[in-house]
Design a protein around this ligand. Sequence first.
Ligand code: GDP
Length: 489
Amino acid sequence: ARRTTTGGGGATDELLSGLLVRGGFDRGSCLSRFESAQYFKHSPYAPPSAYLLRKLRAYEARHKKCGPGTPLYAMSVERLRSGSGPGAGTETEYCNYLVWLPYNGLGNRMLSLISTFLYALLSDRVLLVHVPADFADLFCEPFPDATWVLPPDFPVANLSDLGRSPEQSYRNLVADKKIAANTTAVPPWVFLNLCHEKDVDELFYCGADQLVLAKVKWLLAFSDKYFVPSLYSMGEFRGEIHRLFPALESVSHLLSRYLFHPTNSVWGLVTRYYNSYLAQASRRIGVQIRIFDFARISADDMYTQILACSRQEHILPEIEAAGNLTTTNNSTAGSGTVQHDTTAILIASLYADYYEMLKLRYYEHAAEGGVRVSVFQPTHAKVQVTGQRGHNQKALAEIYLLSFSEELITSGTSTFGYMSASLAGLRPTMLYSARQHRAPEPPCVRMVTMDPCQHRPVSMECQANAVTKEDLARHVMTCEDEGLGIKLF
Ligand code: GDP
């Protein structure tokens, strides 16, 4: 059932009802960790389940014990460097690791990182993050007294150039009979391709293969997608995911608020912009317009679609008919006594067209009910740039600015939009992508769950122990915006 509680933020709950811990962090080095609660407008799943909180605290202890800089880490790395021979400790003393390798745009990366972290929780591993230059200075350390950054002397060389199907990928190891269900001697590390397409390690989602992978000390996960719905669809993890997240749609919402804390440089962008342009409004509406090449339509058609959607779902303020200026009279100019409703519309897009058109709309027409409408857009880069730190920082700032809205209109299929809704803790209204380059009808749909869509899920035919069809029907649905995708609800 939908829970509509709002306003769980505020200075009094800066640790998000126990999701975050205070100890082990230096406040000044990561302000967003302590300040973001003041900006979020919805916290529908606060407090999180006691079981999730226990699991996170246990994870933090494991990370502190096994993370870079600890003797256990040094021992495991030494063992990796020297092949699989036994090291100084007994088998049980070793920790198991999961190294995340980033790929694709920022929204994709954040969603895949959430999924990879959930897998680390479910498989008792320690999550480490390979941070190439473009991914540096975006996020603070999420775990107390520890680092999640993979040290540069990690023995597997050229992590950014392994490609999709290195010799060490699980499918190649299986094909070359270097790993099998009954082997006890497993390779020291295994690469997993958990991306959208091409050479995907689909066996990862099979129960028998999970038992094999559990023996491997180092897993390297190369991923650009949200794969939580597939984890849920595995018999092995279903029960645990339910216990952690009694409301399944909250997985990405809670884990994104737990893991992601923009660094002070990004937080500076966010708070300067918010406080200068958005804070004064009584209501904020985020509008994220992403135009994919496969669904490109003219700016005019897109604008028409936005307005049609807004009218259908009653989101943006409507305008008075021409000549009717009764409600925004100038009687209060300078008096300072009458409080008007003010709505700030925040646009995030690579293009400036929608900002220009919406601004003109409310300049030329009075909004109904005397609402004062202002329109803002922080950047319009024109072209998508991935792999540049400055661009990623601005993209991250915009994802956060959107997430501080009371309402969101996002673009279907866009992981950028999924992330802003997950952080915001709300179900956005999603614009359908154009088909055959024509504006879609209906223009948009209101989401029934805030869980992001897993595009192109793998087939689960290997699952003897799979979740029953009835359970899947109750909790996994076809995405509203992607006929081939699945999401949790
Ligand atoms: P998706 O392609 O929409 O699923 O989202 P991604 O975040 O994975 O990739 C798109 C990339 O394009 C982002 O990471 C940004 O670098 C850039 N981008 C797309 N839309 C915007 C926007 O509204 N603002 C900014 N600053 N960058 C954007």
